[in-house]
Design a protein around this ligand. Structure first.
Ligand SMILES: [Zn+2]
Length: 208
C-alpha cells in the first residue's frame, strides 16, 4: 500500500508551528494535523481515549499506539498531510514510517526572549480548550473571549525546552542524515522566511 506523504513542521514550543502549518495548508490544500490540538480536542470529546494517549511520556516506555492510530485516522480521505507534534523523536519515527512517508520538513527557530514572551502570552478558549491563534475570540465560539492558559508555567516551559534539546533536535539531525530535506527557518528575516515556506510548499505540492 502506498504510504501517506507528510511534511513535518518541527521546532520548539511557541515557535509558530501552527501558523505556518495552516498557511501551508491554505496554499496547498494539504491536510494539517497538530497532535497537540488533537489531544486538547480529545480531552473534551473523548476523555478515556485522551488518557490512553497521554499515559506515559511520549516515547517512554513505549510509543503509544493510540497516537499513531489517531494520526492515521486524521489523514484518511486526504492525499497528503502536514504534521506538527508527531513524530518528534527517532523512536516515534520508526512507527511513523510504517504508514507515512516524510517528504521533508520545516524547522522553525526563534530567539529565547521571543519564545518566553510568546509562551507567557498564550491564550485558550474556556469552552473548547482550543489555543487562540489570532484575535481575542475563539474561532468556534464567536463571542467567547480567550483566557490566559494557566497550565503554562515556567516549569512547563523548561520541560518543553528540555524535550526540544534531548529529543527533537537529535531527531532533526537524524532526519537530515537520511537525506530528507529539512528547511531551517526563522521569521527574523521576513523575505528569507517567506522563501523558505515556499520551498516547503514545493516539497508537498507534487503529492497533492
Ligand atoms: Zn471555543
Amino acid at each position: 500500500m502506498k504510504k501517506h506523504p507528510v511534511l513535518l513542521v518541527l521546532g520548539n514550543t511557541c515557535v509558530g508551528k501552527s501558523s505556518i502549518g495552516l498557511a501551508i495548508q491554505a496554499q496547498t490544500g494539504a491536510n494539517y494535523v497538530s497532535l497537540g490540538d488533537k489531544k486538547r480536542e480529545l480531552k473534551v470529546t473523548d476523555y478515556a481515549r485522551y488518557l490512553k494517549m497521554t499515559q506515559g511520556n511520549s516515547c517512554k516506555p513505549f510509543i503509544p499506539e493510540e497516537v499513531h492510530r489517531l494520526m492515521l485516522e486524521s489523514t484518511s480521505n486526504f492525499p497528503a498531510s502536514i504534521f506538527s507534534g508527531y513524530p518528534i523523536c527517532i523512536e516515534e519515527y520508526k512507527a511513523f514510517v510504517k504508514n507515512f512517508e516524510c517528504v521533508g520538513g520545516l524547522h522553525l527557530v526563534v530567539d529565547q526572549d521571543v519564545l518566553e514572551q510568546r509562551f507567557n502570552s498564550r491564550v485558550v478558549c474556556p469552552i473548547c480548550h482550543t489555543p487562540g491563534e489570532t484575535g481575542d475570540y475563539c474561532t468556534k465560539h464567536k463571542n467567547t473571549l480567550l483566557i490566559p492558559r494557566n497550565d503554562l508555567t515556567a516549569q512547563v516551559l523548561r520541560e518543553r525546552q528540555r524535550l526540544y534539546r534531548t529529543r527533537i533536535a537529535p531527531f532533526i539531525t537524524f532526519l537530515e542524515s537520511t537525506g530528507i530535506t529539512i528547511i531551517k527557518t526563522s521569521n527574523k528575516n521576513k523575505v528569507e522566511h517567506q522563501h523558505n515556506v515556499k520551498t516547503a510548499v514545493k516539497l508537498i505540492n507534487p503529492h497533492i
